[in-house]
Design a binder for this molecule. Structure first.
Ligand SMILES: [Zn+2]
Length: 482
């Protein structure tokens, strides 16, 4: 029995490695195919042999927004101090196993996206990978319907929680400012060490929060004394639940046009050495919004927690953060640029309420006060069955109060877009362009034309849409007008 399992795991490893070699030669399946082959032959039990080869272990990064950016920056930081293997933008166990097949690394860093319990297997993945770190970025409502089935927020939150549920060792890293991830952290404190990160800056989000934010413990409305970004801030509830004290913070933010300066302050437990580390030093980062400040801080705390070379923390952090530019962000990212005639355009994905709001806030930070009077909004809608995302989007649109809303379908259903438009036009001046998903070129051309012809000084283009197929191509086309 023992012997046959040995043979099976070895065969699986060899097959997986040769699949990896083949995948490198071509085909877009390189990120998950080798892992698929490995699991097919070796089954789940063999994966522990791969994970035990890592000196430090594996880290899984999850959340609603910012996973990919956080994973990339964490990998950049840790790669400076040790051998790593990592994978981003691939949300399956196959992709994680593909990363583990690399062999010589001390540390594995993997993005793991979870939409609901049915389509992901978070607790199984956690048991198989046996991570030393599970990292939470934030939890907002999104994908309220997955493959035609309603996905209530409570279950969505529960699915995220399950990724760290089986952990009996290692560290859980949680966003203190987000009551949902803070709740997951608080609940997990009985099993393992939980480390929190949060902001301590003057900047405040004055826009109304999208939807009510309920206490994850007792379901009452949470009371905020300060909000940094939508539902992330400083909060408390009558039942006693409140924001945990962050172990690592960004403080003293100075926001410039191209660069932001901030201090990294705190005391964090370092897993490889078993020691508490204190830090307090300034860093410079590109000006890319409060939402990305959270991603940077999350990457920083993950790095500080898992680096085997604590003496290099300050030097490495400053070096990597200083060299970052916007290319680290995904192709659909929200970007601000000028087009002909000095018009300022903010354009990019905002496919859940939280993300769209972050885009508006970034544009406001960048453009200043006059934006309200002078903005056109080209809104790309969610799909059929995504009414909750639409509700969140609508509340941000109403708050911004743009002079004109051009409504364009963002996903497949033109009829759903029309239905959303009917609701918008009762509240704001709006028009509608029923452009199909199939003819994306036409959709992109039309949006480009709307940007060009708009009489307003500011144009925001945001909402739902496929990452590269729509946003990537749209941005390339509009920047051609610069
Ligand atoms: Zn409560």
């Amino acid at each position: 029995m023992r012997l046959s399992q040995n043979i099976r795991c070895t065969t699986a490893r060899l097959a997986g490695k040769s699949a990896k070699y083949l995948a490198k030669l071509g085909s877009g399946m390189g990120k998950s195919f080798p892992g698929h082959i490995y699991l097919k032959i070796g089954k789940k039990e063999c994966v522990s042999r791969l994970t035990s080869k890592l000196d430090i272990g594996s880290i899984l990064i999850t959340g609603t927004n910012g996973k990919t950016t956080t994973t990339k920056i964490t990998a950049l930081l840790l790669a400076n101090n040790t051998n790593i293997t990592y994978n981003y933008e691939s949300n399956t166990i196959n992709a994680i196993v593909t990363g583990l097949l690399d062999g010589k690394a001390s540390l594995g860093i993997f993005e793991y996206g979870i939409r609901d319990i049915k389509h992901a297997i978070p607790d199984t993945v956690s048991r198989i990978v046996d991570p030393v770190g599970v990292v939470y970025t934030n939890v907002s409502r999104e994908h309220s319907q997955v493959s035609g089935v309603k996905n209530p927020f409570k279950e969505y939150l529960r699915a995220k929680q399950l990724l760290s549920a089986p952990m009996k060792r290692g560290i859980v890293i949680s966003n203190a400012d987000d009551p949902r991830t803070a709740y997951i952290g608080k609940e997990k404190e009985k099993d393992v060490k939980v480390t929190y990160y949060g902001l301590d800056i003057e900047m405040e989000d004055k826009t109304p929060v999208t939807g009510d934010v309920f206490c994850p413990v007792c379901n009452e409305n949470l009371v905020y004394t300060k909000r940094y970004l939508n539902h992330r801030g400083i909060y408390q509830c009558g039942c006693g639940f409140s924001r945990p004290d962050p172990d690592l913070k960004f403080t003293q933010l100075k926001a410039g046009k191209d660069h932001w300066q901030v201090r990294l302050e705190g005391e964090v437990f370092n897993y490889p050495t078993g020691k508490n580390l204190q830090m307090d030093f300034p860093i410079e980062v590109p000006a890319f919004g409060v939402h990305n400040l959270y991603n940077l801080l999350c990457a920083a705390i993950t790095y500080v927690t898992f680096t085997p070379k604590p003496e290099r923390i300050e030097k490495t952090t400053r070096k990597i953060f200083d060299s970052l530019d916007l290319s680290i962000l995904p192709p659909g990212r929200f970007e601000i640029f000028k087009v002909k005639g000095d018009k300022l355009v903010g354009m990019g994905q905002g496919d859940n309420g939280d993300a769209l709001k972050a885009n508006i806030q970034f544009m406001q930070t960048y453009a200043g006060g006059e934006i309200v009077e002078q903005t056109a909004f080209i809104y790309t809608t969610p799909d059929e069955g995504e009414e909750e995302i639409f509700e969140d989007h609508l509340s941000s649109l109403i708050y911004l109060n743009p002079r004109m809303v051009h409504v364009v379908p963002g996903r497949e259903s033109v009829e759903a877009a029309r239905k959303y438009y009917e609701i918008i036009k009762d509240k704001l001046p709006a028009d509608f362009y029923p452009l199909s998903h199939e003819d994306m070129e036409k959709r992109i051309d039309k949006i480009g034309e709307l940007v060009k012809k708009s009489p307003y000084s500011y144009v925001i283009v945001s909402g739902c849409g496929p990452e590269q197929y729509m946003w990537g191509n749209l941005k390339t086309s509009c920047k051609g007008q610069q």
